[in-house]
Write a protein that binds this ligand. Structure first.
Ligand code: ATP
Ligand code: MG
Length: 419
């Protein structure tokens, strides 16, 4: 991709109403654009990151048997009344259409999917079933001030599982925990798996996947040995209390919840009449679980935990590009032409090897401004070609987040990028 033609407008300052680190860097880097509080556009560069996160999740959920579908955001009031959530859910966007019919904008999809299931599933032979979607959710959040961490419109992966028995659901729940751990690792996030209240659905704990950061809105009490963590909202365990597993002293940490998995049991299937006939021909409510991940929130969380004062440091698997190739204009025309030719050739070679590259081919921009932009964008490998490097038949490679750059012979670039 040629940077001169690509829609990236970096800014020196974020607007003063953006208080969170993620919104400041993501806006300054031209990844997102704020429309209003909690509502953002994903610009081309930001969409590349979002799609990569999405694809990691898709791969890992497919690997545990998930089948992808796409459900509507527009939902009729009647469905929500069946579970009493039309009244109960404070963040539900409700409005009337031209025919005065009440509708909701989906904040989650238990009702819609349970409706699909009751119309289509009758027998134990159809179970278990795992259905997921990657879709925009709407929630009327009061505190939408933390950039991508708390959107009023945001991207979520929601997976729902349907089982004959509680035992089968429990087994799948463990598989989902493993898949979630893989997902967050691939996204470059260290997570704590914290026990939390099961909410209105269940007496059993739910599990939250929490990322530690001072900017987090959640508070988790956890054991430094890694064998216990719990959301503070449900526990009266205090900092300094003994870990129930290893007796070490517990500590409090601020966190961001990036994923949450729940036992639903038969709450929705009973309320909505989603039943199946078991092996003996007996009618039973389907046992359910649900499993959410905030895709856009992951993007914000990564920016919160992986940055320095100059910008974001993207983990490799979700970086918008793997390499940022920069040519530095030389004063002497002939030398400059040589720099340009070498950079173009390198660009072509990277493309031929399918290595994602953003090529800063802008001619009117100073080296300093190009480097500042490069740090702000946070692409993992920066490759600089200049008069100085060419004199040594080399390029300069720097890994984002490391101070020192290395001079590397041109023919060795590809080996250095670990390809
Ligand atoms: P929170 O406690 O942060 O409000 P929640 O518990 O209501 O979130 P869930 O219903 O469990 O959220 O949604 C599943 C996932 O969707 C969450 O783990 C989180 O990653 C993401 N998510 C929830 N609300 C938002 C939001 N307003 N903006 C961005 N992501 C969100
Ligand atoms: Mg939650």
């Amino acid at each position: 991709m040629l940077q001169s033609k690509y829609f990236i407008k970096t800014k020196k300052e974020a607007s003063s109403d953006e208080v969170s680190v993620n919104a400041q860097f993501l806006t300054r880097g031209g990844f997102i654009d704020k429309e209003m509080a909690g509502v953002y556009s994903f610009l081309p560069l930001g969409l590349r990151v979002l799609r990569k996160i999405e694809n990691i999740i898709r791969e890992e959920i497919n690997a545990i048997g998930g089948q992808e579908l796409l459900m509507p955001a527009l939902q009729p009031r009647e469905l929500w009344e069946e579970t009493q959530r039309w009244e109960e859910m404070d963040v539900l966007y409700r409005f009337q259409d031209q025919q005065k019919k009440w509708l909701a904008l989906g904040p989650t999809h238990e009702e819609v999917l349970t409706d699909i299931i009751r119309k289509n599933i009758n027998s134990y032979k159809d179970l278990p079933l795992y259905l997921f979607q990657i879709q925009t959710k709407f929630r009327d959040e009061l505190r939408a001030k933390a950039g991508l961490l708390r959107g009023r419109e945001f991207l979520m992966k929601d997976l729902y599982s349907f089982h004959e028995s509680e035992e089968d659901r429990k087994n799948y729940y463990q598989k989902a925990i493993k898949a979630y751990k893989k997902i967050f690792k691939r996204c470059g996030l260290d997570v704590l798996v914290a026990e939390a209240s099961g909410g209105a659905f269940s007496k059993e704990f739910s599990h939250e996947f929490q990322v530690q950061t001072p900017s987090g809105e959640d508070l988790v009490v956890f054991c430094p040995n890694g064998d216990f963590s719990k959301n503070k909202e449900i526990t009266d365990l205090r900092e300094g209390a003994k870990c129930p597993n290893c007796l070490a002293h517990l500590i409090d940490v601020k966190t961001i919840e990036v994923g949450n998995i729940f036992t639903l049991g038969t709450k929705f299937s009973e309320a909505m009449g989603a039943n199946f006939l078991d092996k003996n021909g007996q009618k039973k409510p389907i046992v359910m679980g649900c499993y959410g991940i905030g895709i856009s929130r992951i993007m914000g969380a990564v920016a919160e935990v992986n940055h320095d004062e100059r910008g974001i440091i993207w983990p490799e698997e979700i970086a918008p590009f793997k390499t940022h190739l920069i040519s530095i204009t030389a004063k002497d025309k002939k030398t400059d032409q040589k720099v340009k030719n070498t950079t173009k050739k390198t660009y072509k070679e990277l493309l031929d090897l399918d290595i994602e590259v953003l090529y800063d081919d802008r001619t009117e921009i100073s080296a300093g401004a190009k480097f500042a932009d490069s740090d702000l964008l946070g692409i993992p490998f920066r490759i600089v070609i200049s008069e100085k490097t060419l004199a040594k038949n080399s390029v300069e490679i720097r890994k984002r987040g490391e101070e020192k750059a290395k001079l590397v012979k041109i023919k060795e670039i590809f080996r250095k990028l670990k390809i």
